[in-house]
Design a protein around this ligand. Structure first.
Ligand code: GRF
Length: 218
């Protein structure tokens, strides 16, 4: 039985596309049954429609400052589709503790940095500014506190001397597209679980790790 996956997105949806592509494999342990976007007209919606996945807009602007009402609407869409696991894929709204608690242990996020470094926005520019040699991306269980939560997987990329935020971001995004489907598969199959605030894979602590190599680039 495949786990029923819901994906929340706000923009281009390239991570959503990576999940859609992975979920086409017959043995992939999740099927995407709902996509919710908080911005009308974004590419994530057309990617879902092209794949035949029900896509819903819940426009945060319609709710003003009433975040609980906005999230109740999202929650209703997810529950109506019998979603069991939620993947945030470039979802740019901060979620309330209440929503996070409701999906505790059943919601993951991808962040374009090696957490706990560079939480928040503009991660690639900040990594360059800090002069790091290694950058990357992190998949974590969503917990109260933005970009916090137990780490399920990380992928590392080298920083080149002539990198711009754009070139570095593109290298990280390539790894996001590998890391996210792998981590979602672990969560969907039950091999990865959140227990007492720790991420376990096959019963043991320690995240999945991937390393960028030119040899595996397309
Ligand atoms: C990704 O870098 C993701 O990690 C970040 O926002 C970007 C969204 O990309 N949260 P996409 O919408 O999946 O193409």
């Amino acid at each position: 039985m495949k786990r029923r996956l819901g994906v929340l997105a706000s923009g281009g949806g390239s991570n959503l596309q990576a999940l859609i592509d992975a979920a086409r494999w017959p043995s992939y342990p999740a099927e995407i049954v709902a996509v919710v976007a908080n911005v009308p007209g974004v590419t994530a919606l057309s990617r879902a429609e092209a794949a035949g996945i029900p896509a819903t807009v819940v426009d945060h602007r319609a709710f003003g400052t009433d975040r609980p009402a906005f999230e109740a609407e999202i929650d209703a869409v997810l529950r109506a589709a019998d979603v069991e696991l939620v993947a945030l894929a470039g979802f740019m709204r901060v979620l309330t503790d209440r929503f996070v608690q409701a999906w505790n242990g059943r919601m993951v996020n991808i962040h374009p940095a090696l957490l706990p470094s560079f939480k928040g926005l503009h991660t690639h520019a900040r990594a360059l500014e800090a002069g790091v040699a290694i950058h990357g991306c992190t998949v974590h269980w969503v917990s109260p506190g933005v970009d916090e939560g137990a780490i399920l997987g990380q992928a590392a990329v080298p920083v080149a001397p002539d990198d711009t935020a754009e070139s570095l971001g593109a290298r990280v995004l390539e790894m996001e597209h590998r890391l996210y489907p792998a981590c979602v598969a672990l969560a969907a199959s039950g091999r990865a679980i959140l227990q007492d605030g720790r991420s376990l894979i096959d019963g043991a602590p320690g995240p999945l790790s991937l390393f960028w190599s030119p040899a595996v680039s397309p």
